[in-house]
Structures are given as C-alpha cells and as structure tokens.
Design a protein around this ligand. Sequence first.
Ligand code: 7RM
Length: 654
Amino acid sequence: MSQLDPPNANAEVSALLEENRIFHCSNEFKSHAVVKNADIYQSARENRENFWAECANKLEWFQKWNKVLEWKPPYAKWFIGGKLNASYNCLDRHIKAPLRNKAALIWEGEPGDQRTLTYWDLYREVNKLANAIKSLGVKKGDRVAIYMPMIPEAVIAMLACARIGAIHTVVFGGFSAEALKDRILDAQANLLITADGGYRRGNVIALKNTANNALKDCPCIKNVIVVKRTNTNVDFQPGRDHWYHEITKSVADYCEPEPMDSEDILYILYTSGTTGKPKGVIHTTGGYMTAVTLTTHWVFDLKPEDVFWCTADVGWVTGHSYIVYGPLSNGATQVIYEGSPDWPERNRFWKIIAKYGVSIFYTAPTAIRAFMKWGTDWPEGCDLSSLRLLGSVGEPINPEAWIWYHKYIGREKCPVVDTWWQTETGSILIAPLPALIGQKPGSATKPLPGIEAKILTENGTEIKEGGGYLALTSPWPSMLRGIYGDAQRFEETYWNKWPNGIYFTGDGAKLDADGYFWLLGRVDDVINVAGHRIGTMEIESALVDHPAVAEAAVVGIADEIKGQAIAAFVTLKEGNTSDKKMEDTLKQHVVEKIGSIARPSKILFTADLPKTRSGKIMRRLLRDVGEGRALGDVTTLADSSVVETLKKKYEKET
Ligand code: 7RM
C-alpha cells in the first residue's frame, strides 16, 4: 500500500481517520437492503455446494445440472450436465418480463452524444449481430477477438458471441497493434470485431488502423466487422472487412441461443503474469454466470430502480463481470461512458451522475486519488444526491482516499464497498455485504458467503492474525478453469505453491483481530499501475527488443495517483548514447510494443544492474533506488558498488 502523503487530504479527512471508526450503513439502508440476515455466512459455510446451487437456480437453465461440483484439484467443474446460455440470461429472460422496455444501457459518448437501449433494443441488436457473425461461418467454440471503444456495440459484440457459443476475447482498446496481434494469435481467433475509432480526451483513437497493422501477421483472421463510430478514413480490405451497419442490415431479427454446457468456455481474457507473455484466462459459462449474477445483486445491493455505473472498460475483467454479465443478467439499468473523466472538464463524471441519477457508482482508487487532487469544488458543483452506494476495485484503496470518497462523493450517506478480486477469480470474493459488514477504510473486509480465504505463510501455515499470502482454500464457481493452451502454466502459477488445491492469489494480505482482510498488493513480479496489471517481464521484453538495449530491469515504484508507476533501469549496448532522446525513443518503443499503459515514467541508464551472485536482478534494491530510500540489505550482491553508483546517479538525475 502506498505510504505516501495522500494528495489533498484535508484536516477533516485526517480527523476521521484518527477515529478508527467502523462505518455502518444507515438504518434506512439496512431496512431496504437485499441481504439483511447475517445467517447467510454461516449457512453457506455449513453447506457450500448447496449455497451455490441455490444461487445457480436464480438463472434460467435449459437443462438442470445433475451434480453441483466435481473437484479434482486444480480442475473444477461446476453444475455438471447443466445447459444454459449467457446471452439468454442477460436478454431473453427479461424481454418476456416487465423489464422488456426498461433501459439496459444509457450510453454517453465523450463528445456528448447519447443513446439509450432498452432490453428489447439490446436483444434485437444482439440477435442481429449473432446472425451476421454466423453468416461469416463462425461456429460454437471459435474464438472472436473484440477490439472496441466503450460504445454499446462492445457489449453487443460480447453477447452476440455468447449467443452462438463463440468464445470472445476482448482486447483493451488502449493496447498496441503488437499486443493485439499476440492475443489474436494465441487464441487463434478467426473474426475480429472493431471500430474505425473511439474518442479519448478529444482525440480519435484509430482502432481500425492499429488493427490493420496487427492483422498483417494474423492469417487466422478471416473476417473483420467494423463499427462506424468516428467516421474517420480507414483502409478496408474487400472480402475480409465488413461494416457493422451493413452486415447487420439484411439478417434475421432472431437467432436461436446455443444451449451451452455449464463448462463450455464463455470467454478468454488475457492478463499479465510474471513472464513476458500474457496468460489467456479461461472462464466457463454456468459457474461464472452464477457468481457474477449473485455478487452484482448482493455486493452492490442492486434494486430494479437503481442506475448502476461501473467506470471500467470492457477490455478488463471488471467490464466483463460488472458491466456485461452481472448487471445485465440482473436486469439492471446502467450508464456507460466512452471517454475520459477530465474531458472537457474535471467534473465529467459528476455531471454524468447528476444527469442520469446514478445511484451505484463503481470505480478505481487511482481515479479517486486523481479526483482528490483536482479538489472538492468539482463534485460539490454537481448534484450527487442520487448516489446511495459506492464501490472500489483494482488495487488497495488507501484509507485517506476511502474517507475522501465516502465524504465528498458519498456525502457520508453511502456505504463504500471495497471489492477484492482478480481476472482469475471472475467475480468479487472479498467485500462487505453493505448492510451486514461494517466498513473499515482500507480493508476489503471479509470473504463473501460461499468463499473461503486464508492468510498463509510460505510453507502453508495458516495465520489467524497478521500478514502473509492471500490464499483461496476451497473452489468457487467463477474460478478460472485454465490458461488457454498452457495447462502447465496454470498449475505452476496458481496451484503448486501449496498442496491440496489451494489457490495462490499472488497478493499479500493481513488479517486483523476482527477477521478483516487488508490487501497489501502483489508479491510477485506483477505491478499495478492505475489499477491495470502489468508484468515487469513484459516491459523488460519490450525494452530489450529495441536494438540499442543490452539489458533492462523494471520495477514498480510508489506513485501518488497511480498507486504504482513504472521505473526502468536500462543498460545500453556499446556505441549508444544515454540521453533524453534515447529515453523518449525507448518509452515510445514500449508504447508500440504494449500500449500506453505500459509507458515507463522513468528510465534510468546504468552501466550495470545489481545482481546476486547467481545472476538474479535484485529488484528490491532497484525499488529502493527508484523510490529514493536508503538501501536495504546488499550483502548478497555480486558487486555492491553497482547499486551505490546507481543510487548516486539516480539522485543526481531526479
Ligand atoms: C478486478 C481486478 C487483480 C489484482 C489483485 C490485486 C489487485 C484488485 C483490489 C486489489 C486490493 C482491492 N482484476 N486488486 N482489487 N487489491 N484491494 N479491492 O482488478 O486481474 O486486473 O487485477 O488487482 O493485486 O491481485 S485484475
């Protein structure tokens, strides 16, 4: 957790923190809450399978399962024999009910354009796109890559795939051509759905042109569907490329939803790990839908009249679970916004909340810290009285940011749910049920009913109070089912640290005397920059890919707003000059290889990197240098002068 002084933490915020208060929801909130009875924790613990089976029953199944769970660690199957369709549960179920004409998506583009799609509208669009995709020969089990701005068609594309049983793999629109190519090739996708562009901070992000570059090396892609969003000129390859509005024009309005086995793959989503290559996390249908539907309902206390806004991008798991599958299967009304929070001014989010009467708002600590820095005038100038619950996700939230969020956005009336989970877990696992668990600022509180989490030492001993590794000690329905094409990596990354099917999260955490979990950040070579996961190895690979670079080491260093920032230590090959120009060139190179989220904020050139005698780079020391701290233990270094030189040099340059 960042130990830095919080930006703009005023005296009132500090005073509240001093109190060590536990924040309880109001009686009013409690009396209307979705979950009011704390017995649920106990009954779920006593019969976990039964608990999850009851949750699964809330979905509509074409055929009921005959066994809840088969657990052959690390391989789990949930709701065996059951058949269902995710798109059916998000749409067809509702259009047969009074929800038919309820707003599903209230979308606002960055330039200020708006569209509202009712459940019926969304159903129509999804059916048509599903038929269009089918007409291109895409079949159940095929992979479809989606590379989109935050427009309704991104959601439509995901649901259309789910409808026909095609496996979507959404690639965040901020990723580079190279990153897109790697993911398309790993998944062997045969269709790409994209747009000409999207808007961000007043600029057009030229998605189709980036995709064209990626596709030069992707022979597996046979067709491309392109949404016209920005009306910019794009290169079209006849035969391969199709406009969305044309290909969906002449197809039938209805597409039979494919009955999917509970364990059929719903999607693959790439996430960073400790190697240079991202992992394709696999999620299947029945268990995933069960858990995202339940957690959306319970954690956010979602009611039919709510207006829910999750500010994530669909390119991340938060968008998958808490924009698409969770809220839509619950029949929620949601706001989706395309652009940046500071465009055209720093009150854009607050204006959107006021305009649409948003009642549940779910965002990331990095955004909250930016809002703190921008000052309270922006939110105070807008009517935020529609808000009744706030959520946080993506990284540990520092207590100062929590208090600020509670006070200035929630006006001290809204419970704040800090939700811990991962791409791999599929759904929220540690978070308060807002009417039942008092909140301590900075703690994600307790595992949800049906979830078993523990703090373990390196050798697997349980810690009842204190710090260690966060582990999940029994299977849950939305757990990842594997890494696409790499069973060995799946086993090694998550399941081999301890025996007996205990999942290693990669996070450090501590447990306090009240049984509250405090997440402390990653303990592996993954860094979290502004809520985005990036592997240090990925950035190192991108750097050494440049002809001037001999060696590179990347570490995350504490950053006031982003939580962590990227610092790269680079050794150049002989004959290259370590100047500002080289620094910019290398930063740009990383952006081209991965995307702007991976741009190092600092590059430090060094003749040598500090290594142990066995040749391992001592990242801990690099972090000390990067954060300007006194040097830690250097006794295992092969040459301790290396790090001293580095430190002197760095102090001079920054
Ligand atoms: C949902 C998401 C997962 C990693 C995870 C943690 C960190 C996420 C919290 C958190 C503390 C939280 N998926 N993380 N939420 N840390 N408190 N509430 O972010 O796969 O992209 O990242 O993010 O380190 O392992 S993710």
